[in-house]
Design a protein around this ligand. Structure first.
Ligand code: ADP
Length: 500
């Protein structure tokens, strides 16, 4: 079913969704299958009920998935032209749109987010992302190189580079943007000519399982995209598998470090997109009418469960009182409730475990001396947390240093540019940041001083497929998006030709 108006609540859960939830299957080598290790439950965060029972992959399932991905790499897929890959990818993008409402509902049911965001971000921007990457499949190119090799005398040389797919890719994804993150990994890998074994987060595997059904329907050869489901152990089995040639991961810094260590042990290329603690720096000369989008998108999008969420606001003294008062009004009026009603802007957190983590971080913030500015109530059923702003958090406190990944931000006043840049950079993360000012001279002066992979000016938390995305410091290694995303999945081979 195609997506209707993004801001309309579904009149009922689509029949295709109800059917799908009865028996979701993994896809290995083009065949739907259960997991050898049994199954596990996926919950609806809006009410805590069980949504579906999902296959739990064994190590042997992981072996079979990697073998299938390797076989087609060496066969049908490996010999397909770039144009052939583009055609299949465009078909997949169309199928995602054609089944968009079903995918959006599945996403809201498993993740909790607003149906409007599921439609716009998870579905529509995923289809656009695949189309963007599909275009690169026919534009892969190397270079010709002049070389100065002098031996043996009389021999001449010319050299060129070829870009070749790295091979079987292990793609491990998080639960905050499940479909979108799967697509961020699969699309450039396919454009580069690689094959993929996808391991979605155990909290939110459903849209990935539905996505690979669409991959099959689009006509990709068997084994090009496989999905295995389960917890961290399944991800770890995939990461250390000798048949995997490249690892791409989005998730927490702690898990990213473990994956990085294993990758280095096996000397495998790895791309890591990890945590963040983004600063939003607001100067006296900013346009205060931007505080609405700053709060709604910059801080509280997806209930703060975004790695670029503006978790630390720094507001210059001259507008401090007024801006804090406006922010308090905006945030306390954000409607809280289930994501199936698009009017609700604060939706549940993804799981009981994460709910406990966010509540714990709020309690610790108060214990450490920070002052909560809001007293909103959250619904009792489900994993809801009312949005919270804090003043007076210590610079080295957990609230200012550690990722909460929930609807929580600190506010700190500042006086000078030097002071605020030092505070903004005083964390181990460096994924996103924003500067809010009408003064172009100030902005251009400060951009090079901000330690972050993306610096937004007068906006925050909005990525684009053409804009490289990734982290400085412990926020990651490598960049996704843009033409550079393909390089993550390509090896460079130098070819040196001697002639006389
Ligand atoms: P969170 O702590 O919020 O659940 P993680 O970073 O641990 O976030 O999870 C992101 C993804 O990494 C999930 O798909 C998860 O199953 C997977 N994962 C967790 N631990 C490991 C591991 N040791 N090796 C590989 N993947 C893992």
């Amino acid at each position: 079913m195609k997506i209707g108006a993004p801001d309309k609540a579904p009149s009922s859960i689509a029949a295709a969704v109800t059917d799908f939830l009865k028996a979701p299957k993994m896809l290995i080598g083009g065949t739907s299958c259960d997991g050898e290790a049994g199954s596990f439950d996926v919950f609806n965060p809006a009410d805590g009920t069980v949504l579906a029972s999902v296959p739990e992959a064994s190590e042997a399932d992981v072996d079979r998935a990697v073998a299938a991905a390797g076989a087609t790499m060496a066969g049908t897929w490996g010999s397909m032209s770039g144009a052939g890959r583009t055609g299949l990818m465009l078909k997949l993008a169309d199928l995602i749109e054609e089944n968009g409402e079903e995918l959006a509902q599945l996403e809201t049911l498993e993740n909790g987010k607003s149906i409007m965001m599921s439609r716009l971000i998870e579905v529509m921007s995923s289809a656009e992302y695949i189309r963007y990457m599909a275009g690169w499949a026919t534009k892969i190119r190397g270079e010709t190189l002049d070389v100065s090799i002098a031996i043996p005398p009389g021999t001449q040389y010319t050299a060129f580079t070829r870009k070749e797919p790295v091979g079987v890719v292990a793609a491990i994804t998080p639960w905050n943007f499940p479909l979108n993150m799967a697509v961020w990994k699969i699309a450039p890998a396919l454009a580069a000519g690689c094959t993929v074994v996808l391991k979605p987060a155990e909290e939110t595997p459903l849209t990935s399982l539905r996505l690979v059904e669409l991959v099959r329907e689009a006509g990709f050869p068997d084994g090009v995209v496989n999905v295995v489901t389960g917890g961290g152990a399944v991800g770890a089995a995939l990461v250390r598998h000798p048949g995997v040639n490249k690892i791409t991961f989005t998730g927490s810094t702690e898990t990213g470090k473990k994956i990085g260590v294993q990758a280095m042990q096996d000397v495998k290329p790895v791309t890591l997109e990890l945590g963040g603690k983004a600063p939003m720096v607001m100067f006296d000369d900013m346009d205060l009418s931007l505080l609405g989008p700053a709060a709604g998108i910059g801080i509280f999008l997806n209930a703060g469960q975004t790695c670029c969420a503006g978790a630390r606001l720094f507001i210059q003294r001259g507008i401090y009182k007024e801006a804090v008062s406006v922010l308090k009004n905006i945030v306390s009026s954000l409607p809280i409730g289930p994501g199936m009603d698009p009017a609700n802007q604060i939706n549940p957190l993804v799981s009981a475990k994460h709910h406990a983590h966010v509540k714990g971080a709020i309690d610790k913030g108060i214990e450490d001396g920070a002052t909560p500015l809001l007293s909103g109530e959250a619904p009792d059923a489900g994993y809801f947390v009312a949005p919270q702003l804090f003043e007076g958090a210590g610079a080295q406190s957990a609230l200012m240093q550690d990722e909460v990944f929930g609807p929580v931000a600190t506010i700190t006043p500042f006086d000078t540019e030097d002071e605020v840049i030092a505070m903004a950079n005083d964390v181990r993360y460096g994924l996103g940041a924003s500067l809010w000012s009408r003064d172009i001279n100030r902005v251009m002066r400060l951009v090079p001083k901000v330690q972050a992979g993306t610096v937004w000016i007068n906006s925050h938390n909005i990525p684009d497929q053409n804009m490289p995305f990734g982290g400085f410091k412990q926020s990651g290694i490598g960049r996704e998006h843009g033409s550079g995303a393909l390089d993550n999945f390509l090896e460079t081979k130098s070819v040196c030709v001697a002639y006389s």
